[in-house]
Design a protein. Structure first.
Length: 289
């Protein structure tokens, strides 16, 4: 399925995705790896192929027949989101062959012009957005990295790209679904209970799973949760969010199609640990100016 992209310059309509970073393509670089936004339809197609390899071939997601036939994880959001790529320049071949990881990014201005955020299908995010009408939100999703590249430096590079992007667009908070493998929340009772008891959103950031989809995360009493074992049982992406200072929404959602149990991550920029702002800001700031 071909995707139609419009060409934008730096003064383009803010409700449309920005496919080229105004300060140049590169948002971060570590060794032979670099991160930047997808520039064209071919690169987005290659990112969708990476997503298919991870979500379908590895995690056993069930996509619509057309997507399965094309061997691409693709949906309607792809055509108006920005796509952050991790590229390994040490791989021989075209740039499409060098894409080893990706993140899908959706800014609030763009989302509101196209029917809303992806996460709204699982979580009641509307009240949170209304309470923070003075902030611009950014949704992160479809995060995946090929197995050989699931290293600390790849995760750091993805976050360097996200941070540069957030700085460029004046983002006040990030959020998005993060997943545990499988559709039985009880299998993740320790980790889910830790999240519920220790980092559940509250107050002005309160957000919960849609009532008809809500699955309890409070599966163990607080006193029965071993924090060290719970953190060891977390998917790396969720642990990375927690290190930055993220909170987790109330209730989980089972996604049968993707064979996952989802939680909502909420990360206000003001809550990000100062040491991480210093770490990422020192380098990513120059890419975002």
């Amino acid at each position: 399925m071909a995707l139609e992209f419009l060409k934008h310059d730096v003064n383009a309509n803010p409700s449309q995705p920005l496919l080229l970073h105004p300060a140049g393509e590169i948002l971060g670089r570590i060794g032979s790896l670099e991160t930047r936004l997808a520039r064209n339809e071919r690169e987005v197609d290659a990112a969708q192929a990476v997503r298919f390899r991870v979500f379908v071939e590895e995690m056993k997601a069930q996509l619509p027949p057309d997507a399965m036939r094309l061997r691409r994880d693709v949906d309607v959001f792809d055509s108006f989101c920005d796509h952050l790529l991790v590229i390994d320049r040490a791989i021989e071949g075209d740039v499409e062959d060098q894409i080893v990881g990706t993140y899908r990014v959706l800014r609030q201005q763009v989302a509101m012009s196209h029917g809303g955020f992806y996460s709204a299908s699982e979580f009641e995010i509307g009240p949170m957005l209304e309470r923070h009408s003075d902030k611009q939100f950014m949704e992160l999703g479809r995060s995946c990295v090929l197995p050989a590249y699931r290293t600390k430096r790849t995760v750091e590079l993805l976050w360097q790209g996200n941070w540069a992007y957030a700085l460029r667009h004046g983002i006040g908070a990030m959020f998005g679904c993060a997943s545990f493998p499988g559709v039985r929340p009880e299998e993740h009772a320790l980790a889910l209970s830790f999240l519920h008891h220790n980092v559940k959103v509250s107050g002005e950031w309160a957000v919960s799973a849609r009532p008809e989809l809500h699955r309890e995360m409070d599966l163990m009493p607080r006193e029965g949760v071993d924090a060290r074992k719970a953190l060891a049982a977390m998917p790396p992406l969720i642990k990375g969010y927690l290190r930055l200072g993220a909170m987790i929404g109330e209730g989980a959602v089972v996604d049968q199609a993707f064979n996952t149990t989802d939680v909502l991550v909420v990360l206000p920029i003001a809550a990000i640990s100062a040491r991480y702002i210093n770490y990422y800001g020192a380098d990513a700031g120059r890419f975002a100016s």
